[in-house]
Design a protein around this ligand. Structure first.
Ligand code: SAM
Ligand code: SF4
Length: 268
């Protein structure tokens, strides 16, 4: 479906949980996160229903994100359900990779097409500092499991943080070549201002607003037309298509700011 600025919106990012097993300092506060109750988040059946309607207005690509999508129980059930929907030609996930060692094969078998794994550094100490609690060895084992399971087009998401990991881009490129992965550099931003996007480095993300092709669905059932906006359209299960259309039509030409939510609540 075209938005008011002639952008084709065919990509829906679905956050399936606001929970996470890491606490990346640029994404989540260390303590005191008020989490949603289970009955406040969309069920898998509801998400599948939404995707079935979304294809009718031209959504073709789905990304499962979070929080950390792999901490939600039974995630392969959702993958299988979405995979069966005619019209979805790309089903993908963004994960921190911590749980991939045990889950990669199951996800492949369920029909997931590709995976983006977030990894900002190759240094175990730095990784611990950035994620506050993470053990990088688990991510390395997760990456190997993804390769072994036969996934193609696996990307490493690297957030470029001035003074922290910006000296590691070449090493990361080499690591990716060695493992057969694609490096996706993300310029660090803060949601409270579009102009906070760090422009010091060459990076693949975020995309400029003029090339935006996506809308987002939060774990508790709100469509977000734009990452850098507080605008939200609560899903109306009596008129799912109408809710999605409203989100597309209300997409602003450019983002401004999002004060209401943080990244872990939206899914990046
Ligand atoms: N937990 C999963 C993960 O980390 O891959 C999925 C959710 S996470 C919010 C999605 C992506 O957003 C990750 O690649 C993460 O690095 C990125 N991200 C989070 N906060 C960011 C920020 N302030 N600036 C740039 N990218 C950010
Ligand atoms: Fe969790 Fe992903 Fe945010 Fe890190 S970037 S805290 S892994 S949701």
């Amino acid at each position: 479906m075209l938005d008011r600025f002639n952008r084709e919106i065919y990509y829906l990012r679905i956050s399936v949980t606001d929970r996470c097993n890491l606490r990346c300092y640029y994404c989540m506060p260390e303590h005191g996160v008020k989490r949603l109750r289970h009955d406040q988040i969309l069920s898998y059946e509801q998400i599948i229903k939404i995707v079935k309607e979304a294809v009718k207005i031209g959504i073709k690509k789905i990304r499962i994100t979070g929080g950390e999508p792999l901490v939600r129980k039974g995630i392969s059930y959702l993958i299988r359900g979405i995979k069966k929907i005619e019209g979805i030609n790309e089903l993908t996930m963004t994960t921190n990779g911590v749980l991939l060692e045990d889950m990669a094969f199951e996800l492949k078998y369920a029909g997931l097409d590709s995976i983006n794994i977030s990894l900002d550094t190759l240094d175990p100490e730095k990784y611990k500092k950035i994620t506050r609690v993470g053990d990088i060895r688990k991510v390395f084992r997760g990456i190997d499991a993804v390769i072994k399971s036969g996934f193609k087009g696996t990307k490493l998401n690297m957030v470029l943080i001035p003074g922290k990991n910006d000296d590691e881009v070449e090493d990361m490129k080499e690591f990716c070549i060695k493992k057969g992965l694609l490096l996706q550099r993300i310029n660090h931003y803060s949601l409270d201002s579009l102009s906070s996007i760090n422009k010091l480095y060459e990076a693949e993300r975020p995309l400029p607003c003029s090339l935006c092709n996506r809308i987002r669905l939060t774990a508790n059932g709100n469509f977000k037309p734009c990452l850098f906006s507080d605008l939200e359209i609560p899903i109306d299960f009596n008129d799912i298509i109408g809710s999605i259309e409203k989100a597309v039509i209300n997409k602003p030409a450019n983002g401004t700011h999002c004060y209401k939510r943080q990244n872990w609540q939206i899914g990046g």
